[in-house]
Ligand binder design. Structure first.
Ligand code: KG4
Ligand code: ZN
Length: 343
């Protein structure tokens, strides 16, 4: 039995978790800062760093207590060190290094995106690999070939806005608060997804890259007119706004599902996994599940607890990296970027 303490502070969640053998989550504590950032319409880096400092000790203590663990039970400490807001990452990295040194336990630096890719395997007895991974979050939208948790290759990635970023920006255009994904999903349930024909940007034939900035602009023009000439939201009824939300959501889902199937066709893999904050969207989960079902593909979405940022996925990947001997030293640093290898 190998027990990992995971720590995550890359953006606006201060999180710590205890996970056994990469699959068995004993605790998953998340202190969200959403209320602090909401009035600014997005994450303010300085506020995020300060809130992480205030929360980190209590969050780690609660993760250990909930898992009924003491320092003696922990085999290694895994921490997100890239990509993310450097000032925010540094808080988690410093806490993890301090514990690693004080407790004499190995330290494992984790790429946040790789951890999202690993998250669908949490809770499974049999790992789902090899698989095509669609990982859609606020900062990234990627298609991966996941040979295993420590062997992930990029097949395609966003060339501009990430899917979650598009949800957040469209939510702002529709007068909804941050973060926009859950708000759009809620509103979309009351809307007609066929009401407005928004573009499905596929880029070149066979391309597995994504572009979501065009659809965001299309929503902006639909609401305000070109050059912001035709007034704003007030000219729409509540039903019409719900229709815009539903049509936007459907266009994003169509692109995500089509590109994922394209990746399946190009690689011949028989399993699809889904993770990242946008993967908490029920309409996306259901549509990808039914598409996979029709094509006789295995499908596994990360449990919604492990879609938006959390430390359980950090500890899960930490286990696999520990097993493969991929450890970090006390010189582990925080990095804003975290590019993964391309196939
Ligand atoms: O993975 P995550 O927590 O943070 C990053 O690593 O970026 O993803 C956050 C993103 C936000 O853009 C948020 O609007 C989006 O995930 N999101 C959703 C939903 N829940 C969160 N997007 C669509 N539908 C949702 N239900
Ligand atoms: Zn994330």
């Amino acid at each position: 039995m190998t027990t990992i303490l995971g720590i995550e502070t890359s953006c606006d969640e201060t999180a710590a978790a205890v996970v056994v053998d990469g699959v068995d989550v004993r605790s998953n504590i998340i202190a969200s800062q959403i209320d602090l950032h909401r009035k600014f319409g997005g994450v303010v880096p300085e506020i995020a760093s300060r809130a992480h400092i205030e929360q980190i000790d209590a969050v780690i203590e609660e993760a250990l207590e909930t898992a009924a663990c003491s320092q003696a039970d922990i085999d290694a400490i895994a921490v997100t060190n890239r990509p993310g807001l450097v000032g925010a990452l540094l808080i988690g990295v410093t806490a993890a290094k301090t514990l690693s040194w004080a407790w004499g336990k190995p330290l494992v630096g984790i790429n946040h995106i790789e951890a999202h890719a690993c998250s669908p395997s949490i809770g499974l007895d049999e790992p789902p690999w090899p698989a095509i991974g669609l990982i859609a979050s606020g900062g990234h939208t990627s298609l991966f070939r996941i040979n295993g948790p420590t062997s992930i290759r990029v097949l395609g990635a966003t060339t501009d806005d990430a899917a979650g970023e598009a949800f957040d920006k469209v939510a702002a255009i529709l007068g909804l608060s941050y973060p926009g994904g859950p708000q759009i999903e809620r509103l979309a349930r009351q809307g007609n997804a066929k009401a407005v024909e928004f573009p499905r940007t596929m880029l070149g034939p066979g391309s597995l890259d994504f572009s979501f900035s065009g659809i965001k602009t299309a929503v902006l023009y639909h609401v305000h007119g070109h050059g912001q000439t035709s007034g704003g939201l007030e000219k729409f009824s509540r039903q019409e706004i719900a229709d815009i939300a539903a049509s936007f959501q459907q266009a994003v889902i169509d692109v995500l599902v089509r590109k994922t199937m394209l990746a399946v066709g190009q690689t011949g893999l028989g399993t699809v996994v889904l993770g990242g904050g946008v993967a908490s969207n029920r309409a996306l989960r259901e549509e990808l599940a039914s598409t996979c079902d029709r094509r006789d593909l295995q499908f596994r979405a990360a449990d919604s607890l492990y879609c938006t940022d959390n430390a359980a996925m950090i500890a899960a990947l930490g286990y696999h990296k520990l097993m493969s001997g991929d450890l970090s030293g006390l010189d582990l640093d925080a990095h804003a970027t975290g590019t993964l290898p391309v196939t």
